[in-house]
Ligand binder design. Structure first.
Ligand code: AMP
Length: 282
């Protein structure tokens, strides 16, 4: 596995791989890799000839009062995990390398960006779309692997790649969970043992919502309220949102008649837990 810190070298290296006839898989997490990220690398490894992982904690996607400084980092651990999972390249640029000048350009997929996470974390998804656009531009033709765990981000990036004609196929991968169902997240390390238990309320709310949908409840408001009630019953949790949305537009359906996505976000202490599941009307 080769570690690269220059964007120009990264782009040239992947160009040479393609010239040699190799299909490229791109996996772009921020770092502090866990099994969720490794599942993306393993999937890319199955479907592509070479796998490039990028590791960059992107300041553009953190608001002024958010946890950029607290975001966990462990580049040595990340390199050894990426190697074991089968990555061929890790691109780990410095902030100065990624943003030699403060960018004047922002990428905004406005209709998908201003709702849900975009309302709770203004500017976050613009920061994500902007850095991923840069990574796509450097990486060139590839398949890029993202987790369904960050569902809104996945839908937004798929649309961005298509709207801006990036030669990138965005691939969504299932959420990896701990044995009690909590979705793996780099931020989970900041939960104490009481908070860790309380965090399960998010996937419990989703399970309640999903069972209502699959048993024929067609009113989105009823499903949302049932999910919100589960979160509200946990004193350590404070609800950001509990919604039923169209899986592609993220708009709220007036009636549940086909596939929908259920999304719940809550704060446990100072850690945000977000999760989602698909469900379909019978
Ligand atoms: P991040 O942890 O925000 O750097 O996420 C990098 C990528 O890993 C994103 O595409 C996430 O959706 C994905 N990811 C994070 N957690 C999980 C998980 N538990 N299962 C699957 N993918 C995940």
């Amino acid at each position: 596995m080769q570690v690269i810190d220059s964007g120009a070298t990264f782009a040239k290296t992947l160009d040479s791989e393609r010239q040699a006839g190799h299909g490229v898989g791109l996996v772009p997490p921020m770092g502090y890799l866990h099994q969720g990220h490794l599942s993306l690398i393993e999937r890319a490894r199955q479907e592509c000839d070479v796998v490039a992982v990028t590791i960059f904690v992107n300041p553009l996607q953190f608001g002024p009062t958010e946890d950029l400084d607290l975001y966990p980092r462990d580049i040595d651990g990340d390199l050894s995990k990426a190697r074991s999972a089968g990555a061929h390249y890790v691109f780990a640029p410095s902030e100065a390398e990624m943003y030699a000048r403060p960018p004047m350009t922002e990428v905004s997929v406005a209709p998908l960006e201003g709702v849900l996470e975009g309302q709770v974390r203004p500017g976050h998804l613009v920061g994500v779309a902007t850095v991923v656009a840069k990574l796509f531009a450097m990486a060139g033709r590839c398949r890029a692997y993202f987790g369904e765990k960050d569902y809104q981000q996945l839908v937004m990036l798929r649309r961005m790649a298509s709207d801006l004609s990036f030669p990138v196929e965005v691939v969504g991968c299932p959420t990896v969970r701990q044995s009690d169902g909590l979705a793996l997240s780099s931020r989970n390390v900041r939960l104490d043992s009481l908070e860790r238990r309380a965090a399960c309320v998010v996937q419990e709310a989703l399970a309640v919502g999903r069972s209502l949908v699959i048993s024929g409840e067609r009113r989105p408001g009823t499903v949302s309220r049932a999910m919100a009630a589960v979160v509200s019953a946990e004193p350590a949790a404070s609800l950001d949102y509990a919604v039923v949305v169209d899986p592609e537009t993220l708009g709220g359906p007036s009636e549940i008649t086909g596939p929908v996505r259920l999304l719940v976000a809550a704060r446990i202490g100072d850690v945000r837990i977000i999760d989602n599941v698909g469900a379909e009307a019978p």
